[in-house]
Design a protein around this ligand. Structure first.
Ligand code: NAD
Length: 968
């Protein structure tokens, strides 16, 4: 018999042995005699119930009052027959209980559910369960659950808790009696305990873009834990989290244990669902050989499959996980073999509850003639008890992954376990709840038969994926672009009028806001004469351009998108210097520019086909569009390539000629847009580039009788002025000018008392400080309900203080400078107002060298204060208090602006109310309020935030055209 066949036969035999030893045992979780078993069975039969149930459970610990729990329970289940839930949660239909008593019962039961998976609130409390495990012949790896780490202080505290845990385990374990299978392997003694680290918690900004900085900070936090573990004879294993941080985690693992070279028990997890996992394992193996030590490798399947699939699809990046569960199972078996074959350098740990995977590892180990103690199995606390008992009886070492922590931060962990237990693909569900036979459960994974939960649908339009700076090559390209662009700074740039480069004597000096003595470029400025010449040329070429087919016009946009892609690193680098964007903010601007080109091109193909209307004999009706004529595009500096590209491309693809005036703070970025269209051969005169002072050239063009429309993005004051000027009809004017104006915002985020505060703090932080708060969509007001107010703002303050600020060419810095001295002075003025009102909790500090100003936080601000009413356009947040949702909505709607808004809430009722009553153009639920993506979140406001329909949406191009009806 061939080796493979023999191994396969043995897999079946081992599997049968395990099943025999398990007998009739059922994990407590699935036991139908218990209410959790019944409730989970109900949840498993209905996906909708499951989602509601888990959302409710997730929100529960955050509620301050017991009575609220019942309100929320009703909100989630009012339209369902909630009996099994209510019974399950210990409330027989809630009858006869006062809400606060009922609430206590509900909470008590959910807490009991959590305690099945979490060994204790703290190491002291968890000690009993850990010792009990040992008494049963099982060992543990302990993991500290924590809130999401958002601040340096929280990272330091988390590190401190780990050191305490290590000391505690080190001391207590000295009293434990030796159990050979747990405390030694075939090579000698092994530690009696092990701790598992979530390494991202040691640095609030653990981001591969800032590879060195992220690594150094996390290393500084982890090394003391490793040192303590060494001193007290423990082992340390690095958990694996999201794919985004995977390479950085492996890099950190090597860096930490190269420095702590004499530490004998390093460990790291590998997730078999990752397509990269084989290469990563190979990498770790080679490293282990070089170090001449042994590395514990915990082979898991991976716990974030849904997350990775969703996030990567959202970003438009390749999906890093195998689409089919069976492929992961096959890979797990393959990697199990690699681990066992290399047990000279590796301590294999198989972290799975799947009896097939376990049996396979055992059969391969037998085939390799490895002793039973050369490897181990790992199972999760509270799960798969019958399997772990069977393995123990068979003489294997089983380590239980044992989380320790408070209920609130533990909830996310609990939900993960619940999802895992109840997922369609769950081995435990199949075996203990759906009664699959041992034969079925130990047969080899069948990749052909198993279905994929996800299939890629070819879409007409896909958003441009953001650059993955986790890929070393991309980081290098950005660094190279930064240095190449810097070498070329300071040059003089002409205008583009009537297809010709035109030089003028007056110029706009573009300066680097992070280094105010660095000249980005000298941009020739247009005066009235050049503006006049541009209008004439545009009017001359327009008849020809309007006759060009929409397909041909769209083609120029597609080619321009290609050209932008080709130059994206260069352009992003320019934005870093010219307006002070961080790497990722600049990169996102290029994504958006490319998206506009691709999307509007396709939109024009759609709109360019005449539509037939009505069906009447003898009559043919067509509905089509024709361009308005010649337009002016006036852009802002804060998205210096994306926003003007959007307006310019919309104007030209619809058959108009466009005169583009960029902001005087970003003329060189603006110039690049004109270059791109020239490179792709756009006919001369269709797009002209006339930078110059807004009040002069801008105003002149807006008032010009040869202009048919104005597409403007900028401040409210300028937008209103343009609207007034454009409304004046001058002699010789042939059309009423259309004004499309996207203006400012004073955007609010509501945080209610069911909100996930981790998510709320993080969401507000990103929305308020991204690009130093200089986004029209930025969050500048937070309205927190009374119950969460005091918990919310101090955390936000600490998180704000932890954000690195400095020159944005260094990817370590999340915040850069504000754009110029006027912007800085304006912000400083508001800080004085806030101080005078006595509301300052954090006043941004100035950093010399550029227009740097740290974040500021004002708390308990009155809703009519200028801080809460006026657009500041900087890293300044006003937090306000509301007694209930009514008041929160009143405050939120209490400014003239209506641009973006957000709510953090787990109350279906409050979310519904925000959707109906929060008057904004773009509402975001439980996420940051910036970063709208073309075709997914078409962008734009109303009120004093703008007139016009949304950019990146299906109605946008219509504004640049007249509809025409033809009846024959
Ligand atoms: P701004 O209004 O100062 O300038 C915008 C443009 O208008 C510049 O090109 C400027 O030169 C020009 N301009 C100035 N005076 C003019 C005049 N009298 N006639 C014609 N043109 C004139 O705005 P900014 O500082 O460049 O940009 C920041 C503002 O833009 C913020 O208020 C922000 O909220 C808003 N913004 C809105 C959106 C949106 O989509 N709603 C997007 C980005 C920025």
């Amino acid at each position: 018999m061939k080796a493979d066949a023999r191994i396969e036969e043995n897999v079946r035999r081992v599997g049968r042995d395990i099943f025999t030893l398990m007998g009739e045992d059922v994990p407590s979780f699935f036991d139908l005699k218990h209410w959790t078993g019944k409730m989970m069975q109900w949840a498993m039969t209905d996906e909708d119930v499951k989602v509601r149930l888990f959302r409710f459970v997730d929100a529960l610990p955050a509620l301050k009052k017991d009575g609220q729990a019942i309100d929320l329970l009703n909100e989630y289940f009012e339209d369902l027959d909630g009996t099994p839930i209510l019974k399950g949660l210990g409330l027989i239909a809630g009858v006869g209980f006062l809400p606060h008593v009922a609430g206590k019962v509900v909470r008590g039961n959910v807490e009991a559910l959590a305690r099945r998976f979490i060994a204790g609130k703290n190491p002291e409390e968890a000690l009993g369960p850990i010792v009990k495990l040992r008494d049963e012949g099982l060992t543990a790896t302990v993991d500290l659950l924590g809130e999401e780490v958002l601040t340096d202080g929280e990272a330091a505290e988390y590190g401190g808790r780990y050191i305490d845990l290590v000391r505690f385990l080190g001391e207590r374990s000295a009293e434990w009696k030796d159990i050979p299978i747990l405390d030694r392997d075939h090579k000698g003694p092994i530690p009696r305990w092990d701790v598992s680290l979530k390494v991202s918690s040691f640095n609030p900004h653990f981001d591969p873009m800032d590879w060195t900085g992220s690594m150094e900070k996390a290393k500084a936090g982890i090394l003391p834990v490793v040192e303590a573990a060494k001193e007290l004879n423990g082992a340390v294993t690095f958990d694996m989290e999201s794919y985004q941080s995977k390479n950085l985690t492996i890099g950190l693992f090597k860096a930490v244990f190269e420095e702590a070279r004499d530490f004998g028990f390093p460990g790291i997890a590998i997730q078999a669902y990752l397509k990269d996992s084989e290469a990563d394992l190979d990498h770790i193996l080679r490293w282990a050989k070089k170090q001449a030590g042994r590395v514990a490798v915990r082979l898991t399947k991976g716990a974030y499959w849904d997350y990775e699939t969703i996030i990567h699809r959202q970003l438009g990046r390749p999906i890093p996980v195998f689409p089919r569960k069976a492929e992961t199972d096959v890979n797990f078996e393959r990697l199990s073999g690699v681990l066992l074959e290399n047990s000279e350098h590796i301590r294999p740990a198989f972290a799975t509850h799947n009896i097939r995977s376990i049996s396979r590892a055992i059969a391969v180990a037998e085939h390799l003639k490895l002793p039973k103690d050369a490897f181990e199995f790992q199972m999760i606390y509270g799960m798969a008890e019958p399997i772990r008992n069977a393995l123990k009886k068979m003489g294997f070492r089983v380590r239980v992954y044992t989380p320790v922590g408070e209920l609130l931060p533990g909830m996310a962990y609990l939900i993960r376990r619940l999802l895992e237990n109840t997922s369609n693909e769950s081995f435990l569900r199949k075996s203990f709840s759906e009664g699959a036979t041992p034969e079925e459960l130990t047969s080899p994974p069948n990749v052909e038969e198993s279905s994929s939960e996800w299939d890629e649908a070819p879409d007409a339009f896909d958003n441009e994926p953001p650059t993955d700076f986790g890929v070393p090559e991309n980081r290098n390209r950005m660094k190279e672009a930064l240095s190449a662009v810097r070498k070329g700074l300071g040059k003089s740039h002409p205008l583009l009028v009537d297809g010709q480069d035109v030089r003028t004597t007056s110029e706009i000096l573009s300066l680097n806001p992070a280094r105010t003595d660095e000249i980005i470029g000298r941009q020739c400025a247009a005066g009235r004469a050049e503006a006049e010449q541009a209008v004439r040329a545009a009017r001359r070429v327009w008849p020809e351009w309007r006759r060009t087919s929409s397909e041909d016009r769209a083609e120029y946009l597609f080619k321009a998108a290609e050209e932008m892609r080709r130059r994206r690193f260069e352009f992003a680098a320019l934005e870093v210097y010219e307006v002070g964007k961080s790497w990722s903010e600049a990169d996102a601007d290029l994504d958006e520019a490319i998206d506009f080109l691709e999307y509007y091109g396709r939109e024009m193909l759609r709109l360019g086909r005449p539509r037939s209307l009505g069906a009447y004999p003898g009559e043919e009706n067509q509905y089509l569009y024709e361009p308005r004529g010649v337009g002016v595009v006036i852009g802002p500096w804060n998205f210096p390539i994306a926003i003007p590209t959007g307006m310019v491309s919309a104007g030209i693809v619809t058959g108009n000629c466009v005169i583009f005036k960029p902001s005087s703070l970003s003329p060189i970025s603006g110039r690049r847009i004109a270059e791109v269209f020239r490179t792709v051969g756009l006919p001369q005169g269709v797009l002209q580039f006339v930078p110059g002072p807004g009040e002069e050239v801008g105003e002149y063009l807006v008032a010009h009788t040869g202009i048919d429309f104005i597409a403007f993005t900028g401040s409210k004051d300028v937008g209103l002025r343009i609207a007034r000027t454009a409304a004046d009809i001058r002699p010789g004017q042939r059309s009423i000018k259309k004004v499309i104006a996207e203006m400012g915002g004073k955007n609010a985020v509501i945080v209610d008392d069911t909100a996930d505060l981790d998510a709320a703090v993080k969401g507000v932080l990103h929305s308020a400080l991204g690009f130093q708060g200089q986004k029209c969509s930025a969050c500048s007001r937070v309205i927190a309900l009374e119950n969460v107010f005091e918990a919310f703002w101090p955390r936000l303050k600490e998180a704000m203080l932890s954000v690195p600020i400095g020159p944005p060419e260094d990817p370590h810095n999340i915040m850069g400078p504000v754009v110029d001295s006027a912007a800085l002075q304006k912000i400083l003025g508001y800080l004085e107002i806030g101080k005078a009102e006595g509301k300052a909790k954090l006043v941004g500090e100035r950093i010399p060298g550029g227009y740097f100003i740290g974040p500021s936080l004002f708390v308990d601000v009155s809703p009519d204060s200028p801080l809460a009413q006026e657009e500041i356009f900087g890293p300044v947040v006003a937090v306000m208090r509301a007694k209930d949702m009514d008041q929160a909505l009143d405050i939120a709607n209490g400014t003239p602006y209506s641009l973006t808004g957000g709510i953090f809430s787990r109350s279906p009722k409050n979310i519904r109310r925000a959707m109906e009553e929060f008057r904004v153009g773009n509402l975001y639920v439980n996420r940051k309020i910036t970063g709208a993506r073309v075709a997914r979140q078409p962008f734009g406001g109303f009120g004093m935030s703008g007139v016009g329909s949304k950019t990146g949406g299906p109605d946008y191009l219509l504004q640049f055209m007249h509809p025409k009806s033809v009846c024959e």
